[in-house]
Design a protein. Structure first.
Ligand SMILES: Nc1ncnc2c1ncn2[C@@H]1O[C@H](COP(=O)(O)OP(=O)(O)OP(=O)(O)O)[C@@H](O)[C@H]1O
Ligand SMILES: [Mg+2]
Lengths: 327, 247
């Protein structure tokens, strides 16, 4: 009994070792294929890299744009214009009431004089302002809202709606002429980012297919070039799995290397546009930081690319490495 | 069971096979190629385990076709082929490669890989079977030594003579020590001395228990060796006679 067990253990080890040896063979054989024609490999990998760089680049750009939180600065401010000639006492009472609302973080009341001084300083029309006999400006409240994040999620609809409701409530006071919030800006930004996300998804699907077909076609040519080798391997007893495996590995390498090229391309582009972009965005917001694809994103691209390549290889192998053995 | 062997030396039973069990058996086998050529018709014969025999006949008689059926490279159109007692018609397609490894084939046109060294060509059957590298190189060197090509292990097949290429093919066929060895015109490109050496090698393998079937035109060589001869003519077995009565 014991000897039988030992024997089966031994044959299992032997089987495992044989399995390992065959995989090592496929591994080196597939790398050998890539190195045998380095220029061709390089061109294929470059095509794959560019194809993957497009959706990846768009995705990274969106991730960077999402950081730009328009609600954090100017955009989170509602300007409330009071009727001209509002009395100081009324204004103070109104200011105190609005300031107590939960949505409002702070309220800054600008008297017509302060507003005019501001305008005189910032507009460059100092001479024109000096020429005015009367101050045409009303009292202005600048409401700073509790931080609202603008993301691409669906509940943003309600952020816009909340602001809309707030505006209507403000305008219902008889002392208030009108309240202004650049909602269009917010909506447009959201729409653009939503569109961008959709486009990057569509591109990812389209270029995913492109990767599959490019790899599939490359492997098809490879199979045709190695008909002789495949025939001989089959003659001396190679199983179909053994013959197919190097081609599958090759497909995986193509996808993986393509992903690597895509990551490199996107990172390089970011490095190039990063400086100017950062300066531009810092003028809106102080905490902007350029986001790279990151470890998770990079792994996703590499593994995803590899799997797409594997799939392309599998398609070619299924189509062109069939019926090696007589029925 | 009555066990009768062709000759005493061939009885060197390996554990799995019993001497006298038929290793190769054809029962009314016909092979028609898709083009309509009837390459074999109604062929019946059998070879015992450990037997060595020749297959002869004119060009186009069907020798290569017959060997291909044994090597599981093709299926019979009619009739049955048995290898080690198994009916090859019943072997599912995906099992063919494993069974194929028990048959070493020396091809008429060598079938070497032009972009691999002599060593790698000979190692191919062992790589496929998943042998360990140390064991592979030991066996490949032993096989190359038997065909006197050890010095050329790092050479590409293109820079070898026709006879040397043939010997690489022979080394590849015997490297995994298969129980059946089929040779299709193995001496076609060899000078008389090398041919004689090669026959000595086949006889040695046969004495160690390998069943050997050699397709050849070389009547003189066949006659010298005094083994059974199967004669094919237009796809039919003419007679099975001792080599002495040929010619
Ligand atoms: N793949 C094939 N398709 C169609 N016909 C074939 C095929 N292979 C061989 N034949 C035909 O079958 C017949 C037998 O061929 P085979 O190769 O078995 O002859 P052979 O005895 O080996 O000849 P040789 O001594 O010249 O090698 C020939 O008429 C040949 O034309
Ligand atoms: Mg032939």
């Amino acid at each position: 009994m014991a000897t039988v067990e030992r024997k089966s253990q031994g044959s299992l080890n032997l089987g495992l070792r044989a399995w390992g040896t065959r995989h090592v063979y496929s591994f080196f054989s597939s790398i050998g294929t890539l190195l045998r024609s380095p220029l061709g490999t390089l061109m294929t990998v470059a095509v794959l890299g560019i194809a993957m760089a497009l959706p990846l680049g768009l995705w990274v750009a969106l991730k960077n744009l999402q950081q730009v939180n328009p609600a954090a600065e100017d955009i989170s401010t509602i300007s409330v214009f009071l009727n001209a000639g509002a009395k100081q006492a009324k204004v103070d009472k109104l200011a105190a009431e609005i300031n107590a609302w939960p949505e409002v973080e702070s309220l800054k009341a600008l008297s017509p004089e302060e507003a005019l001084a501001d305008f005189r300083k910032n507009s460059g029309f100092a001479a024109a302002v000096d020429a005015l006999a009367d101050n045409p400006l009303p009292w202005v409240f600048e409401l700073k809202l509790q931080a609202v994040d603008i993301k691409l999620e669906s509940h943003n609809e309600t952020v816009a709606q909340q602001i809309e409701r707030l505006l209507i409530r403000l305008e219902s006071f008889p002392e208030i002429d009108f309240a202004q919030y650049d909602l269009q800006w917010l909506e447009r930004l959201q729409a653009i980012m939503g569109l961008g996300a959709t486009i990057s998804r569509i591109l990812a699907i389209l270029f995913g297919f492109a990767v599959i077909f490019v790899v599939g076609n490359t492997i098809r040519l490879d199979i045709q070039n190695r008909r002789e080798e495949i025939e001989v391997m089959s003659l001396v007893g190679a199983t179909e799995a053994f013959i197919r495996r190097p081609f599958l590995y090759t497909g995986f390498w193509y996808g993986l290397l393509g992903g690597l090229v895509a990551l490199t391309l996107v990172s390089l582009s970011l490095a190039l546009i990063g400086g100017p972009l950062e300066r531009l965005l810092l003028s809106y917001q102080s905490d902007f930081q350029l986001l790279l694809p990151g470890i998770n994103g990079s792994l996703l691209v590499l593994v995803g690319g590899g799997l797409l390549g594997l799939f392309g290889g599998a398609l070619a192998v299924r189509r062109h490495l069939n019926n090696l053995n007589p029925g | 069971m009555v066990v009768v062997c062709g000759h005493s030396l061939s009885c060197f039973p390996s554990p799995s096979e019993v001497c006298g069990l038929s290793m190769i058996r054809f029962e009314r086998v016909s092979k028609r190629y898709p083009g309509g050529v009837q390459a074999l018709s109604d062929v019946s014969f059998h070879l015992e385990s450990g037997e060595m025999a020749f297959l002869t006949g004119h060009s186009g008689a069907g020798k290569s076709t017959l060997l291909r059926l044994i090597a599981l490279l093709d299926r019979a159109s009619r009739g049955q082929v048995f290898l080690q007692g198994r009916n090859l018609a019943n072997i599912p397609r995906r099992k063919l490669p494993l069974l194929r490894r028990s048959v070493g084939v020396i091809f008429q046109d060598h079938k070497l890989l032009s972009d691999k060294t002599v060593f790698d060509n000979v190692a191919l059957p062992l790589l496929i079977a998943g042998w360990r590298y140390q064991e592979i190189s030991k066996r490949v060197r032993a096989a190359l030594d038997q065909v006197d090509l050890l010095r050329k292990e790092r050479v590409m097949p293109v820079s070898l003579s026709g006879g040397e290429q043939q010997r690489v093919g022979i080394a590849r066929a015997i490297v995994s020590n298969p129980p059946v060895l089929l040779a299709d015109e193995p001496t076609g490109n060899l000078d008389p001395d090398l041919s004689a050496d090669l026959m000595t090698l086949f006889c040695r393998l046969n004495e160690l228990g390998t069943t050997v079937l050699i397709a050849s035109h070389d009547i003189a060589l066949i006659q010298r060796l005094q083994r059974r001869v199967l004669v094919l003519e237009q796809g039919k077995i003419l007679n099975q006679e001792a080599a002495g009565s040929l010619g």
